[in-house]
Design a protein around this ligand. Structure first.
Ligand code: SF4
Length: 310
């Protein structure tokens, strides 16, 4: 079966009117077979706009749930249900509500890497590519930002006229990196190496960056930059797209691998399509409440883009 699995997936995909979406952190073979590869924001738009009735979401659970929340008439599947982002567990809805009581004028903005229940009490969601735009545009001077303290502190450095209350969550893949790791890599590969950092990294690491951005933004930055070598401070799965677009540039990585993102295999995709397993099901009432936060994310982010075009 192994030799024909790609062909079988493509055949099943057509038969079932399905689209395969994959995050940049997915294994290379999964990215290769996907119809669309991107960061969370891009994929959330594709899931909403695509014509297919069935979405096979190769990423982690909150991404597949967000696709279902945004497009309730479509069926959304996750090939491997063990693929969950550990960051989401840092912020339970009840805990956040308790914290909000201490800050009655604050609006809750939740990173899309959060539980669906938390999205139900959020004014808006954001992704790492849209967080600054969302918080700039949201009608509030005080924001309770959950769960990622690093992304929250990055946003608060960009927007100084709003009070941003941080939560104590993080991504274990990005949070583990130290400034000394960057210094060591620069000593090894040359001080002229360009350093691209994801905002889920700590401030001491961000302070050493030539560029800070989401996976999609890092890819754009590197593709447009004329330098020859780059230190990529995010999950290593991004290398596939970087190499595809920049075959002559050199990329160096730290030991950053998200175990959950690597759980999805071609076999999982095949069985998911064949047997229609691991469908995302969300209670209607919860889905409708969570929809507002994700819908607001798109509205606020587009508002900012339109303002910069006009
Ligand atoms: S890299 Fe971090 S934030 Fe992204 S899915 Fe893995 S644990 Fe979650």
């Amino acid at each position: 079966m192994k030799t024909n699995i790609k062909r079988d997936i493509i055949k099943l995909k057509k038969e079932k009117n399905a689209v395969i979406l994959a995050h940049y952190y997915q294994p290379q073979e999964v990215q290769k077979i996907a119809d669309y590869v991107g960061d969370s924001y891009y994929l959330s738009k594709i899931g909403l706009d695509c014509e297919e009735n069935n979405i096979v979401f190769c990423g982690v659970k909150f991404m597949a749930e967000s696709a279902k929340i945004l497009a309730p008439n479509k069926r959304v599947f996750i090939p491997n249900k063990e693929a969950v982002c550990s960051m989401v567990n840092f912020a339970a809805k009840e805990e956040v509500l308790r914290e909000k009581e201490k800050h009655p004028n604050a609006k809750v903005v939740s990173y899309i890497n959060s539980l669906t229940e938390l999205k139900t009490i959020s004014e808006a969601c954001c992704t790492s590519s849209s967080a600054v735009d969302i918080i700039k545009n949201i009608d509030a001077d005080k924001i309770l930002f959950v769960p990622d303290k690093n992304l929250g502190s990055y946003v608060s450095e960009q927007i100084t006229d709003k009070k941003i209350i941080l939560w104590n969550g993080h991504c274990y893949v990005h949070n583990q990196i130290k400034a000394q790791d960057i210094i060591n890599m620069k000593e090894k590969h040359g001080q002229d190496i360009k350093v691209a950092v994801h905002p889920e990294c700590t401030k001491e690491v961000r302070d050493l960056a030539d560029f800070i951005g989401s996976t999609g933004q890092i890819i754009e930055y590197i593709t447009c930059d004329n330098s020859e070598k780059f230190l990529i401070v995010t999950e290593q799965g991004i290398n596939y797209e970087l190499k595809k677009r920049n075959p002559n540039k050199k990329f160096y990585y730290l030991d950053m691998v998200c175990k959950s993102m690597k759980k999805t295999s071609l076999q999982d995709i095949y069985y998911c399509l064949k047997n229609e397993t691991n469908e995302i099901i969300i209670d209607d009432e919860i889905r409708e409440l969570a929809y507002n936060a994700l819908h607001n994310m798109h509205i606020l982010s587009e508002k900012c883009k339109n303002a910069s075009v006009n």
